[in-house]
Design a protein around this ligand. Structure first.
Ligand code: BES
Ligand code: ZN
Length: 627
């Protein structure tokens, strides 16, 4: 071979290597099969070697120092022989670690990393160590915990404390393998001020306080760490049915009971659709307004924002959502946060099925169209980050919170709707029930979902799988080109009413008849076509500035603030000072920031309000407002 040919061959070879390498990088972005040995991108834990299968917590709540202190006993299952147990932690003060012979064990805590917190490596004496005991206390700044002074509670007499562990904050209150692939059962003994009641995501919650201030709990089903939850405050209980009830501060209990009176009906509807409810009780805990989310599906005890208590039961789809997680998420859990859509996309689908069952298709159509609007604006916000619009996420080196947006919820929902449309509802329901059964109390990957569709829906026929275009939905950006936009009769009416308002022909009686979701769509449809005088005219037809429904108020603020409507400044400030729910804070701050005068109000309000927000909201808002 002459030199020239030799070079040519070498070049072709290099090119070949480059191309195959590119393909394999692309493949790596795909979800893993569960049995592959892999490291969760958000955990230090060595769960491939040894797993925590049960924990016994023994903690005391100290409101004065804003800490939890005590010990946790971690019971271990070995997958391989290993001489260390690696846990996740964040800002925990570890006093000592002992083994099942009460022998002290060595441990090393790494310096904190930007996303994952700290690696806690405990030296083990081989497979003989059945359990280890960690004596520790949390930091007053533990990200999962919010400590609310008495003055900021509804009753104003007693302090309140609650946890929010999802996604990777459990490690700030328990040293644990903090990744959703690891599941464990737990018991807990919690001591607090006898004037307060303690609740957990477990059995043992009692309707009344006891004089000792000591409460015991047990979670007998294996759950991932992000579903561990605790709350303590001046709480009372009211029963709704044999298995459902509401915990809230005494002053807000009756309003809450009225708002969620249909809770049992929801559980019945969900069981008819998805199979038996496997967690025993289903209770709700109404949190103080600073709770950063709408709801959190802590097993047996959903944590809920008070912002859905609006008096007319119009926002209870949020409860249907958290309830639906009892199947999608809590029973069948995403294997890693990259598979987050398996939790939320399925849950949005199940939520809308429950709502359709209870309130009819016109109602669930409204939810779907509003969800589609959210998806469209998310896709437009993420124009420059197309990778973040795949269903299967790549959150390596990133805070999982950053990647958790409407893509998982709404694109995930529309994928399931697409499959349902393709195979018919009856067959899809059979598939759903099979999926929840087959993977009950397990954590699953996106690839396992695809395999199950292949097996159960496509009956092993690859051409049928191709027709479904799952790979396209999951591993490419945006929505497929042939996506059919959803429609809702009730919301189309609101859109038409918005056109009539703009051309001056709207009959004001129309607005009075609206469901809150129609108000929202009406306001969205006015967007960018109004100036301040238009908002003055609107206010005379309907007093949006005084709406007691924060969903409606936020929709109104988003459009009125973006044109610098002065009369929106006070209601905006008032909302920002009285809620900590990120869903309202982010759009309202953003709308304020879009005008010069609004910016001044946003910055001064944030300085005043920041202290009262949960760390989850603060970390998002700090990026927006750079305090
Ligand atoms: N599990 C989520 C809340 C969550 C997600 C907490 C990611 C931390 C990280 C909960 O089920 C949820 O989706 N809540 C929504 C309500 C819903 C109706 C879309 C919320 O809080 O807005
Ligand atoms: Zn959810």
């Amino acid at each position: 071979m002459n030199k020239k040919n030799y070079y040519l061959l070498a070049c072709i070879w290099l090119l070949f290597l480059l191309i195959t390498n590119l393909f394999s990088c692309q493949n790596k972005k795909k979800s893993m099969a569960k049995n592959d040995v892999w490291q969760d991108p958000h955990s230090y834990s060595n769960h491939q070697e040894v797993r925590v299968r049960h924990l016994d917590l023994n903690l005391e709540i100290d409101f004065e120092r804003r800490i939890l202190s005590g010990e946790v006993m971690l019971h271990l299952d070995y997958l391989k022989s290993t001489d260390s147990l690696v846990l996740d932690g964040s800002d925990l003060k570890i006093q000592y670690v002992t083994d099942d012979n009460n022998k002290p064990l060595s441990f090393v805590v790494s310096s904190p990393s930007a996303v994952k917190g700290q690696r806690i490596a405990i030296g083990l004496s081989g497979k003989e160590t059945k359990w280890v005991k960690v004596k520790y206390q949390t930091s007053p700044d533990a990200e999962a915990l919010q400590w609310i002074p008495a003055a900021q509670t509804a009753g104003k007499k007693h302090p309140y404390m609650f946890s929010q562990s999802q996604a990777i904050l459990a490690r700030s209150w328990v040293p644990i393998q903090d990744c959703p692939i690891v599941r464990f059962t737990y018991t807990a003994r919690i001591k607090t001020d006898p004037k307060l009641l303690v609740l957990m995501s477990a059995s043992g919650n009692s309707g009344s306080k006891n004089d000792s201030g000591v409460y015991s709990f047990e979670m007998r089903s294996a759950i991932p760490s992000y579903l561990m939850a605790i709350a303590a405050g001046d709480l009372s209980f009211s029963s709704i049915s044999d298995r459902c009830g509401i915990y809230a501060e005494p002053v807000s209990l009756s309003k809450s009971v009225n708002e969620f009176a249909e809770l049992e009906k929801m559980v019945v509807a969900a069981e008819a659709l998805f199979g038996p409810y496997r967690w025993g009780r289903y209770d709700l805990l109404v949190l103080p307004p600073s709770f950063p989310f709408g709801g959190m599906e802590n097993p047996r005890l959903t944590f809920l924002t008070p912002s859905v208590i609006v008096g007319d039961r119009s926002l209870t789809s949020l409860v249907a959502h958290e309830l639906a997680h009892s199947w999608s998420g809590n029973l069948v859990t995403n294997a890693s946060w990259n598979d987050f859509w398996l939790n939320e996309g399925f849950t949005v689908y199940c939520e809308r099925r429950i709502m359709e069952e209870l309130y009819g298709k016109d109602f669930s159509d409204m939810l779907e169209v509003l969800g589609y609007q959210d998806l469209k604006s998310e896709l437009s916000d993420l124009k420059e980050q197309p990778r973040d619009t795949w269903l299967y996420l790549n959150l390596e080196e990133r805070n999982p919170d950053d990647g958790m947006n409407d893509i998982a919820y709404e694109k995930g929902y529309f994928l399931l709707k697409h499959i349902e449309a393709h195979v018919g509802r009856v067959q899809f329901d059979t598939f759903l029930n099979h999926y929840f059964d087959r993977f009950a109390f397990q954590s699953v990957t996106t690839e396992e979902f695809i395999e199950t569709v292949f097996e159960k829906i496509c009956k092993g026929d690859s051409s049928k799988l191709k027709e479904l275009e799952l790979e396209h939905w999951i591993y490419t950006p945006g929505l497929p080109g042939d996506f059919d936009e959803p429609t809702s009769t009730l919301l189309t009416k609101a859109e038409n009413n918005a056109k009539e308002f703009l051309n001056g022909s709207l009959d004001p009686a129309a607005l009075k008849m609206f469901h809150p979701f129609q108000h929202i769509r009406f306001l969205q449809s006015l967007d960018s076509k109004m100036d301040s005088s238009g908002f003055d005219r609107l206010e005379k037809l309907y007093p949006y500035s005084q709406s007691q429904n924060p969903e409606i108020l936020t929709a109104w603020l988003m459009s009125s603030l973006s044109v610098g409507y002065h009369k929106a400044f006070y209601p905006a400030k008032n909302l920002l000072m009285t809620t900590g729910r990120r869903k309202f804070l982010v759009p309202v701050y953003k709308a304020l920031l879009s005008t010069e005068q609004g910016k001044i109000i946003a910055v001064s309000t944030y300085i005043e309000a920041r202290n009262g927000y949960h760390s989850v909201a603060v970390s998002t808002l700090d990026k927006l407002l750079h305090p």
